[in-house]
Design a protein around this ligand. Structure first.
Ligand code: B1M
Length: 214
């Protein structure tokens, strides 16, 4: 299994989307736990790509190729995350990546895990204006808004969502959770959000506690 996970990591590092898809299909075939293959295989690869890019060893086209390999593998594995009996709805969550930010891999993984755990999901995609989160929550009667931000320059948009809720007298009625690399518990407190989740599993636990679910 360790050697297999290392191959998954390498496929993303090398930006080899065909290999990433082949390995993802093989993982399903071998009945490996999909979340472990994602987190300890492919995600490790994309984080290393980001680190190498930051230190100037890799360039933007290689970052894009790594992301493409990661996304193609996720497309294969994500349906397997949601398999099994669907419990009754644990509540409705509106999720998206904040305006100005197109990073959507982590957000989509969180949405899939929430859905697999019984939450109804409105996934607004990436680059979503603050007001749009609140419009959707109002329209769907959602109990929670989950906002992803991967850039230090876009995370302030999460605060705008909290402000928009307050403007419409919905603060406290619709709970807000934030996530993404630059966010933290401290940041969530600072902007008046109800919580921060560091990964997709923590996001499920947090949503359950915020919405009084299981
Ligand atoms: Co960009 N990028 N990127 N990038 N990118 C980062 C974020 C960066 C840290 C890289 C680096 O410098 N090391 C850096 C940000 C620096 C900063 O702001 N401090 C950066 C930059 C600078 C940029 C550009 C500005 C580069 C440029 O153009 N010059 C540009 C910005 C574009 C824009 O958004 N406007 C850019 C572009 C891109 C690509 C398009 C090439 C691609 C994104 C493809 C896509 O998503 N469709 C990309 C990628 C892939 C990355 C890195 C390498 C990987 C992100 C990722 O997918 N991780 C990233 C470096 C890094 O994160 N180490 C980087 C895997 C994913 C599963 O993890 O997203 O963290 P993550 O999600 C986790 C948790 O954070 C959490 O759960 C997820 C699952 O465990 N989580 C939530 C996330 N959202 C949540 C929401 C929740 C709860 C939990 O609910 C509330």
């Amino acid at each position: 299994m360790q050697a297999f996970l290392a191959d998954c990591t390498r496929s993303v590092l090398e930006g080899d989307a065909d290999l990433a898809v082949k390995l993802a299909l093989e993982a399903l075939d071998r009945k490996y736990p999909p979340l472990e293959v994602i987190e300890n295989g492919f995600v490790k690869g994309i984080r290393e790509v980001g680190r190498l890019w930051e230190e100037g060893t890799l360039f933007l086209p290689e970052l894009v190729m790594g992301a493409e390999a990661m996304k193609r593998a996720m497309n294969v594995l994500q349906p397997a995350l949601g398999k099994g009996a669907r419990p009754e709805s644990a509540g409705h969550v509106v999720i998206g990546t904040i305006e100005g930010d197109i990073h959507d891999i982590g957000k989509t993984l969180v949405a899939t895990m929430l859905s697999a755990n019984g939450f109804e999901i409105s996934d607004l995609g990436a680059d979503v204006p603050a007001a749009r989160f609140v419009d959707e929550a109002e329209a769907k009667g959602a109990g929670c808004i989950a906002i992803s931000a991967l850039l230090t320059t876009t995370m302030s948009g999460q605060k705008r969502v909290v402000e928009e809720l307050a403007k419409r007298s919905l603060k406290g009625k619709v709970r807000v959770m934030v996530g993404g690399a630059p966010c933290s518990d401290e940041w969530a407190r600072e902007i008046g959000a109800d919580g921060y989740a560091g990964d997709a599993v923590a996001a499920v636990t947090l949503a359950q506690s915020l919405m009084g679910g299981r």
